[in-house]
Design a protein around this ligand. Sequence first.
Ligand SMILES: [Zn+2]
Length: 336
Amino acid sequence: MALSWVEERARRISGLLSARPAHGIRPAHGIHLATAFAVASALAGLLAACSGAPAPGSAPMAGNGVTTGAGASAGSSAGASSASTGSAAAPSASATAPGRPLASQVIVLDPGHNGDNWAHPAIINRLVNIITEMKPCDTTGTETDAGYTEAAFNFNVAIRLARLLRAEGATVILTRTSNHGVGPCITQRAAIGNRAHADAAISIHADGGPPGGSGFDVIEPGLVPGHTNAILAPSHRLALDIRSAYRRITGEPYADYVGHDALDVRTDLGGLNLSTVPKVFIECGNMRNASDAAKLSRPAFRQRIAVALAAGFTAFLTPAGGATPAGQASIPGAPG
Ligand SMILES: [Zn+2]
């Protein structure tokens, strides 16, 4: 990626921080140090693409700044039930009415990163064990040239998707319920799905790939002996159903710079290695590509993404075809 863009981003972050010096930085650190942290964190986010390298300045976690919790009920304002408990709260009761094909299903949605990760490198850089390696607790994610962050995108898609799935009767749990917090760590994101005994889970991301590359990619777990054996087959089926629905409903092409026909198998993602339930990641598009960025920035396209992902879950969870296709649902009042 272009250094000039990195420099521009660093300048902008510095300006932001100067204008809002209390943005999550302890005053005792002083503005100079705080700015350095923020700039370093922002740079790490760029270099990390979507889910790669840590922010610099790693330090022990000073406290539990993690935001987790269960999603609100279907008709509520999305993201309103934020909690800072360090563990997932109890899910809302699932609907059991006839004609709600996902009524018995538990689905965990993991919007990648978090809106304030960039300001808390000491927290998100803490190394955690993902079996195959030690990795940072979380990363900052990427963003478009216009400054639309991946964390905000991921969360917006997640709350749209939660509404659609709840309309189908599913119990939906979010790994974070606002875009104004830090974390949770990738290990906790997996644990939330495990504790819920989710029938299926997805980690929602957008990529920070090369500007010349575009398209979407679904990532499924690879074999980590003794850990992922049991979820490989169902996760592969989930990946195929998600890929099919996403391609069909969003029109987004398969990624031309990563994966193979929009499928990837990885063993370096904590969210997959540590999952005991069927799970995939999706990179919904490449935020560093102008064409993809324009699409991902449009609320209508994000709604289309949510519809596509809901259709993928419905296909996976109701293979007999008894479901009302979520892709045909009409959802008024979708959040922007
Ligand atoms: Zn990401």
